[in-house]
Design a protein. Structure first.
Length: 222
C-alpha cells in the first residue's frame, strides 16, 4: 500500500502532484472512498455539519472535491454489522482511500473493530490521511494528542509506519501547536517523529519515506 500522510489535505501543487504520481493515472480516472469515522470522536468536528462538509467536498482539506471519477463513503462504525462480502470487494477495487481528521485513537479503534486495519497492508489503493487519518498509521500518537480514550487505554496506533506525526505545526487556529510543543512531544516518543505544517505531507512507498513540502517541517530522531 502507498501512503500519503498529510496534515491539512491536498492543499498545494506539490502534494497534489505527489498524489497523482502515486495513483499512476489522472484523478479524473480514479475511484475514491472517503472515511469520515475519525470525526465522530472529536468534539470540534463531529457529528454534524463538518462531517457533512467533508463527505460532500465542501471542506478546506481538498480531499473529496478534487474531481474523482467517483466518490463513495466507507463508514467504519457500520462495517461490523454487515457481511464482509458487502464491503471488502469494494475496498479492494478502489483506487484511493480518503481518511478524514478527527480523533486518531477513535479512528484506530474502529479500523481494528471493522477489520480494515488487517486489510490495509494488502490493498493496492493509495491511502491519503488527513491529520488524525495520518497519525493513526504511527506506532503511537503521544499523550499530547490523546482525547477519546480506547477501552484498553494508552496511545497506541496501528504501527504501519515506524514514525509518529505532530500535525498542524504553527497553525493559527491551534496556538498550542508550536515548534517548542512539538519538541516536548517528540522527547516522549519512542521512535522517529515528524512535526509538520499543513503545507507538508509524508509519502511512504514500500517503506521508503519522502517529505513533500511547501512549508515547515522537522524530523526528530530518537
Amino acid at each position: 500500500m502507498k501512503l500519503l500522510l498529510t496534515s491539512g489535505g491536498i492543499i498545494n501543487t506539490s502534494i497534489r502532484d505527489a498524489l497523482v504520481d502515486m495513483l499512476g493515472k489522472p484523478i479524473a480516472e480514479s475511484n475514491a472512498l472517503c472515511i469520515p469515522t475519525a470525526m465522530y470522536g472529536h468534539p470540534w468536528v463531529g457529528p454534524g455539519v463538518k462531517t457533512w462538509q467533508f463527505i460532500s467536498g465542501n471542506s478546506e482539506d481538498r480531499l473529496v472535491d478534487l474531481g474523482w471519477k467517483s466518490v463513495g463513503v466507507l463508514e467504519l462504525t457500520a462495517l461490523p454489522s454487515i457481511d464482509k462480502e458487502r464491503w471488502v470487494p469494494l475496498v479492494r477495487k478502489t483506487d484511493v482511500l480518503l481518511v478524514s481528521g478527527g480523533d486518531a485513537l477513535y479512528l484506530c479503534h474502529w479500523m481494528r473493530q471493522s477489520g480494515l486495519a488487517d486489510l490495509l497492508p494488502s490493498l493496492r489503493a493509495v491511502y491519503v490521511g488527513l491529520s488524525a487519518g495520518s497519525m493513526v498509521m504511527a506506532p503511537n500518537i503521544g499523550e499530547y494528542f490523546v482525547g477519546w480514550t480506547p477501552p484498553g487505554g494508552g496511545d497506541e496506533a496501528l504501527k504501519l509506519v515506524d514514525f509518529a506525526i505532530f500535525p498542524h505545526l504553527e497553525h493559527e487556529m491551534l496556538p498550542g501547536n508550536t515548534m517548542a510543543a512539538a519538541e516536548r512531544w517528540a522527547a516522549g516518543m519512542r521512535g522517529p517523529a515528524y512535526a509538520m505544517d499543513d503545507q507538508t505531507a509524508i509519502k511512504v512507498i514500500d517503506g521508503a519515506v519522502e517529505v513533500v513540502s511547501e512549508g515547515q517541517w522537522k524530523l526528530f530522531s530518537p
